[in-house]
Write a protein that binds this ligand. Sequence first.
Ligand code: SAM
Length: 323
Amino acid sequence: MTTLIDPHNRQLTYLRLSVTDLCNYRCSYCLPNGYQGKAKPDELTLPEIHTIAAAFAQSGTRKVRLTGGEATLRQDLPDIIAAIRAQPQIESIALTTNGHRLDKNFPIYRAAGLTKINISLDSFNPETFKKITGKDQSQAILRSIENILNTGFTSIKINTLLLREHAQETLHDALDYIRTRPIALRFIELMQTGDNSAYFQQHHQNALQLEQNLIQQGWQLQPRQPHAGPAREYSHPDYIGNIGIIAPYSKDFCNSCNRLRITAQGKMHLCLFGSVAHDLRPYLHDVGSLKNQIAQLVQQKPEHHYLHNKKVGLITNLSMTGG
Ligand code: SAM
């Protein structure tokens, strides 16, 4: 079986594909003034996404995550999902979303072949949620999640940013929520980007303390699943759901990196915080030449990010590449 292996002996089986930069939220840590302007005219087209899906699938990719911006703002998202689903090697196709129009669209995405969904919900408290995201949507998102669970679909994760000021309240609400629901809720450490240094200084909280408290309360680390992302997942006999921790500032975070990223403009980032974006567009007319190009590029994948040294690479905010 073909696999992409980087010089640090990591198998790269997971592709995160951004399909638009456009976003309809104003998250205080990402796009506090909202997305400016319209969708860029040079977004990847459906045929280009087809070529990417085929080339990566044939090169060993087993999981594709669609992200953005807000991927659901693309009208042709069901066709994009179907294009990836058409690759027999791809075992799972996931979407990261803020929950926009989920009630209406989830059945359509599901029919197109979506197998997993990650929904961002930074607080269970409507006022706090609005303060963080600029939208009064938390109750609608929670209702959509309930509706999806009622269809019997359980591959749902919630992404919650760990923000110093709200951490305690959110942890309390999160535990309450997952006690009876088969959902993995993952706390993500706030990452510094080019645009958010002051915000980062004020709100970043290391996940270590939270993780130690969970362990003391009987939460147990689960073995990592094949092609899984970077979360450390914990379970507890009294809870149906799990808690995950995504801690990019933790030691060894990059050791298990299995990811490659492509922006909505077809640029490949070998690391979320790398300083080079490799333009794949000249190769998107042909699966064979794209396969050759990615096989060469992965040989340059850096061993780790330099976030600790305040080096945030090219990323001004995460709507550019997807979180
Ligand atoms: N619009 C979609 C959503 O809201 O999930 C997908 C894109 S968003 C950039 C993906 C994830 O990245 C969200 O869960 C968001 O909270 C997270 N994110 C954005 N900026 C971040 C930062 N500076 N540090 C850590 N996570 C961040």
